[in-house]
Design a protein around this ligand. Structure first.
Ligand SMILES: NC(=O)c1ccc[n+]([C@@H]2O[C@H](COP(=O)([O-])OP(=O)(O)OC[C@H]3O[C@@H](n4cnc5c(N)ncnc54)[C@H](O)[C@@H]3O)[C@@H](O)[C@H]2O)c1
Ligand SMILES: O=P(O)(O)OC[C@H](O)CO
Length: 332
């Protein structure tokens, strides 16, 4: 298939490699001439991929999205969630009518509380049958090194999910399918917030009991938010739920996990963002996710604690004391 990948960061470039390795004709769109030249001539992306990553020679890069879009059969989007609407609205009308759009993003829009499939369907006037999402335990660095990985592709139309799954399958990338688009997206967005919480706890010096408690309660919160907006429970027990939560909360290479640990060690949010140096969606998405929970009457104490520490300047030790001082209740 002819594919364009919008975004030349860690995941966009790595996913482009997967597409190229799977035999597709792929171009990565970047706004940076130097990055396009590096990918086209040296077959590397030194700013975002691990040392030694050599991209397929068939993988091209370009700064001209308006030229690429009309002929692309698959349009993959891998930008920071908060910029998607502004960056991509001007391209409405250029996506081919039969093209499938695939979101790789794990964030919730601050201004609308929408997940990225909703934003893309809105700005590009797409039917749900043309909108797919990919999510799972997918740390880009490991996939760039072509280490065995599993993922899930979801689309309302099961046949389209299968078509995309076949197009991205490689010997190191095993793909499952789903029709639970919103479940995949909420699973991915909430796990970023939970990884922040785990990082904060680790940065404060807490151990495995605390980490396991945050992950488990966080999974419960994400599941209940998802169920409230139409997701399926099974999704949260699968690769895009527990799978991604475990990968992100365990790996020191997760940007959300790292950002959290800097904050737990006492850095301000601005300092932690600077030290992380790449997109950590949870930092911005925690507030719209908490708002989503509140609107649907879902209790989300871990997510609220992250918002309090990250955005309201609360002392994390005091926030933990308050969480633990609450009366016992039934586990949900
Ligand atoms: N990195 C991973 O391991 C991974 C895995 C799965 C999902 N994701 C998700 O994929 C999405 C993208 O993450 P990433 O890892 O590629 O991020 P990144 O920080 O590595 O790269 C972001 C890219 O977006 C570009 N960009 C930023 N603002 C832009 C703008 N206004 N216009 C055009 N380009 C702009 C940057 O130049 C950069 O190339 C996020 O939602 C993330 O949660 C990441
Ligand atoms: O590095 P992070 O924290 O953005 O996590 C990357 C992926 O979402 C893991 O699946």
């Amino acid at each position: 298939m002819r594919a364009v990948v919008i975004g030349s960061g860690a995941w966009g470039t790595t996913f482009a490699q997967v597409l190229a390795d799977a035999g597709n004709d792929v171009v990565v769109w970047t706004t940076q001439e130097a990055v396009a030249e590096e990918i086209n001539t040296r077959h590397t992306n030194g700013r975002h991929l691990p040392d030694g990553t050599v991209l397929p020679e068939t993988l091209a890069a370009s700064t001209d999205l308006a030229r690429l879009l009309p002929t692309a059969e698959v349009v993959v989007v891998a930008l920071p969630s908060q910029v998607v609407r502004d960056v991509l609205t001007p391209y409405a009308g250029l996506v081919a009518p039969e093209a499938v759009v695939v979101s790789l993003m794990k964030g919730v829009e601050l201004s609308t509380l929408e997940v990225m499939s909703q934003v893309l369907m809105e700005i590009w006037d797409l039917a749900p049958e043309r909108m797919a999402v990919v999510s799972g335990p997918n740390l880009a660095g490991e996939i760039a090194r072509r280490e065995p990985t599993t993922t899930v592709v979801a689309c309302r139309d099961d046949a389209v999910a299968h078509r995309i799954a076949e197009a991205i399958a490689t010997p190191y990338f095993r793909v499952f399918t789903s029709t639970d688009v919103i479940g995949l997206e909420i699973g991915g967005a909430v796990k970023n917030v939970i990884a922040l919480a785990v990082g904060i706890a680790e940065g404060m010096g807490y151990g495995y009991n605390m980490v396991a408690s945050i992950m488990t309660r966080g999974l419960s919160e994400g599941t209940r938010i998802g169920l409230a907006i139409g997701a399926e429970r099974e999704t949260f027990l699968g690769l895009a739920g527990v799978g991604d939560l475990v990968a992100t909360c365990s790996s020191p290479s997760s940007r959300n996990h790292r950002l959290g640990s800097y904050i737990g060690k006492g850095l301000t949010l601005a300092e932690a963002v600077e030290a992380t140096g790449a997109t950590a969606e949870g930092a911005k998405s925690c507030r719209p996710i908490l708002e989503l929970a509140r609107r649907h009457g879902v209790k989300a104490s871990v997510i609220a604690a992250v918002v309090a520490v990250v955005h309201e300047g609360r002392d994390p030790a005091q926030v933990v004391r308050e969480l633990h001082a609450r009366p016992p209740r039934a586990e949900d």
